[in-house]
Write a protein that binds this ligand. Sequence first.
Ligand code: DWN
Ligand code: ZN
Length: 413
Amino acid sequence: MTQIYKLEKSCRICSGRNLEMVLDLGMQPPANAFLKETDLNLDEKKFPLRVFFCKDCCLVQLLDIIDKDYLFSHYLYLSSANKPLSEHFTRYASYVHDNFLVNNDKFLIEIGSNDGSLLKEFMKFGVEVLGIEPASNIAKMANDAGVRTQNSFFTSEIAQVLAKTKRPSVVIANNVVGHIENLRDFMDGIHHLIGNTGVFIFEVPYLVNMLGKLEYDTVYHEHLSYFSLLPLERIVQEFGLEIFDVQMQKVHGGTIRVFVSKKGTHKKNATVNAMLDEEKRRGLQKVETYRKFAQDVKLSKETLLKELKRLKQENKRIFGYGAPAKGNVLLNYCGISTETLDFVTDTTPLKQGLYTPGTRIPVKSPDLIRQLGNGDVALLLAWNYEEDIIKKEADFRNRGGLFIIPVPTTKFV
Ligand code: DWN
Ligand code: ZN
């Protein structure tokens, strides 16, 4: 039986041991491990959720590792489950196509391709695609939808086989690189796969946004690394690669889209060094920055709990809006469950009828919201879609419904 949990002792990028634990979110179940009715009488596995800072290479990371098969073999997150993300993917596909596929061999590989929703956008441009997806239930969905998908994890070995079969012009990975335990094997695979002519484009949540907007709930066991450019520069250079461009994106609370190719094959955009300088100016290479972040997180939790207590004393009905992975981290860290929230709503059919991990709050369809208003309160757990959701729920608000935005600190809308 594979070991489900282990505590790493060295840094994922530089193998150093000069690591300091800077934020402790307590014992938590995996953030996407929603429970079925029949699971409710079973004990849930919980694991330490702690953030460490490497004083040698500045990588912010988890060292409490949950086995990836245990985490990803049956996954409930669908990229296509909500409109704002699908719109982001449409724009993404046309950008990548226009800039990197028009004059090259139109073959693209996506690592962590989920249900194929992004690959479908590339197929609309006549691009040949291949998805690599470890979750068998989701890989099947993609193949059934006509998106060629290999059900496996991405490794350097698999990359070398793929490169021999047919080298892609572009390799993409969205919200995946942060999930990779063996980053060196991954980057080695990338260097084999893109060769001298290809490009690797990946999106990861950006540490500057996470610190700046106190996005502590984006820390969960799937996310093993929290990137700034500082450590990324170091690891790509080790494999003869170079970051030649980087773009800020709004999704998921603020991510960066990083462009990598073989060193010297693309003109380096001045933005890269400008962002590295800005990271140093913000003290991202100093452990004190993260100690301060942890203090601010504690304050944010205390403020939220105080407000929720006041609302309950005023006999308000409160429910969770969205059942994102990050929402489960926030609920478990703050100790919020059915004594505060009657239910949470979510647009993902796979999640409806289940219960939130650790806090065991029933997940319902958003149809329920039509019956709510006059003083009812929605705790916006999917705060990264605040703009779209506040617009979408105008009727709820016109009926007197209220939203609480929990991060960076409690805000009423
Ligand atoms: O890395 C990951 C991040 C980027 O995406 C993955 N490991 C898992 C996932 O994390 P998440 O679950 O926090 O992602 P989302 O996209 O922030 O989740 C939003 C949730 O809210 C979804 O379950 C859909 C739901 N939702 C809703 O109920 N009503 C979303 C919208 C926009 C809505 O209007
Ligand atoms: Zn390190």
